[in-house]
Write a protein that binds this ligand. Structure first.
Ligand SMILES: Nc1ncnc2c1ncn2[C@@H]1O[C@H](COP(=O)(O)OP(=O)(O)OP(=O)(O)O)[C@@H](O)[C@H]1O
Length: 457
């Protein structure tokens, strides 16, 4: 039995019946229809591989023009359909014309069953290889998208970011598995890519897989691939993401979202460094660098039994913790100015800069959405700005998300009040430790004491 769905279109009931009786012995599905006008509906509802199309439908007409018209129509829906034309009037010129227009083959009526079978089985092979090429093109274009994606380089000079960069330099050339932890929008993807760029695999693929976006059913086929026939839709062999990343780096994002059964499957791949495609017993060796990331508290999850300890031990040979943006001091302004440049040029607004009040606001905001939120805030401000300066009110920051003092910052707050708030915030943060608070604010202890006195804190 050949795995192919055949659609036969002919206005003659006898032809349809005899075609169906014969073809269904050899092909997985045979659909017949009397009028080509039904083509659109039939093709949209069924996965058709081969179309056997009559050339003439009106009584007494035998010039084949109708067949040519419908052939063009079918190929305009999808140029990869395999169409075989049939006519009772053997006409070489018509056959040549049809082939020129994209028909795969031509058959004369009345047909010999062996000839019909041979033509259709050759056509089904062509269809299979067309489908394979299409699938490979899809894989290629999805990989190409990954390859061409623009990644930011890490921006930041704050102490925690400097330390992280030093760690990256040490860890990158090794093949150690790295787990990146941090809240949403802290730049886990940016760090993962930098790690790849600093490694010896930098000229190979960096494969990003968002595990949070894969449901239970897709997980295995997407990551490990499948063999033909593994499930109903598995018409061809397909390599998974691990195999596609061969020689390079695979970045499994949102690993904290994996269910326990999927954690077990992933663990076995990481332990054995082999994958089994679904529906296949053959073990395939893989050579990939593993980087994982999550914003979830994996240690707590281990304690609660929702994340496997053995998997955690496998993935966290080195652990990087990315601090929230609010912990990065002046990096906020560095990043803001970077985004300002990016969006100014994107929206054709030159020389935009932040005024002092706006800078103070950015430095005092809590940034629950971290760098991603800053990026959005600056983009919006660039779009809304009228002049050359971005003001505090252009930023549209939520007043509830300022400082740790429960004080609400108004967008029309004066510099003095803002300074008072920053001082209070630093003191609260360091639980009254003046040296540390002064250090954070970039002041000497004496200067900080003067302000405490001035603001009556
Ligand atoms: N240090 C940085 N330098 C430059 N750009 C950064 C930095 N950190 C983050 N970004 C930018 O901020 C945005 C969010 O970063 P990214 O997607 O890496 O965060 P994430 O931690 O992976 O987020 P999520 O957990 O939501 O997936 C991206 O556009 C990224 O380019």
């Amino acid at each position: 039995m050949i795995e192919a769905n055949v659609l036969v279109i002919d206005d003659d009931d006898d032809i349809l019946l005899s075609a169906k009786l014969f073809l269904k012995q050899h092909f997985s599905q045979v659909i017949t229809c009397k009028s080509p006008k039904e083509i659109n509906v039939l093709l949209s509802r069924n996965e058709i591989d081969i179309i056997l199309l009559d050339m003439n439908y009106q009584k007494g007409v035998s010039d084949g023009r109708e067949g040519l018209y419908w052939l063009e129509h079918i190929l305009s829906i999808d140029k990869d359909y395999v169409v075989i034309l049939m006519t009772a009037y053997g006409n070489v010129e018509l056959a040549v014309q049809a082939i020129k227009k994209g028909a795969t083959d031509f058959i004369l009526k009345p047909w010999e069953n062996e000839k019909l079978f041979a033509t259709l089985s050759a056509a089904s092979k062509l269809r299979q290889s067309n489908k394979k090429v299409k699938k490979l093109e899809k894989i290629h274009s999805s990989l190409q998208k990954d390859i061409n994606r623009k990644f930011e380089h890490i921006i930041g000079h704050s102490e925690p970011i400097k330390q992280l960069q030093n760690t990256l330099i040490k860890v990158a050339p090794t093949d150690a598995n790295v787990l990146i932890l941090g809240e949403n929008g802290t730049g886990k993807q940016v760090f993962a890519y930098e790690l790849h760029q600093l490694s010896q695999r930098k000229n190979q693929i960096f494969m990003h897989v968002d595990l949070g976006a894969l449901n239970e059913n897709l997980f295995e086929s997407e990551l490990f691939g499948y063999a033909k026939g593994a499930f109903t839709d598995a018409k061809d062999d397909k390599p998974g993401r691990f195999e596609m990343a061969e020689g390079g780096t695979i970045f499994l994002d949102e690993i904290g979202n994996l269910s326990l059964p999927l954690q077990a499957k992933l663990l076995s791949v990481i332990q054995n460094r082999t994958v089994n495609r679904l529906g296949e017993s053959k073990e395939r060796k893989i050579n990939v660098r593993l980087i994982t990331a999550t914003n979830m508290p994996l240690n707590e999850m281990v304690a609660k039994g929702t994340f496997r300890q053995d998997l955690l031990f496998r993935i966290n040979t080195v652990e990087l913790f990315l601090p929230g943006l609010a912990e990065r001091g002046d990096d906020i302004l560095l990043l803001a100015s970077h985004f300002l440049n990016t969006f100014s040029s994107k929206y054709h607004k030159s020389n935009l800069s932040l005024d002092h009040k706006a800078e103070h606001m950015l430095l005092n905001y809590q940034w629950p959405g971290n760098v991603r939120e800053l990026q959005h805030v600056i983009e919006r401000a660039v779009i809304m700005s009228d002049g050359l300066k971005i003001s505090a009110s252009d930023l549209q920051l939520s007043p509830q998300k300022f400082g740790g003092t429960n004080q609400v910052v108004q967008t029309d707050m004066g510099l003095e009040e803002m300074e008072k708030l920053m001082v209070q915030k630093a003191i609260d943060k360091h639980k009254g430790n003046i040296s540390r608070a002064a250090n954070d604010l970039g002041l000497t202890r004496a200067a900080l004491y003067r302000r405490i006195e001035k603001f009556n804190l």
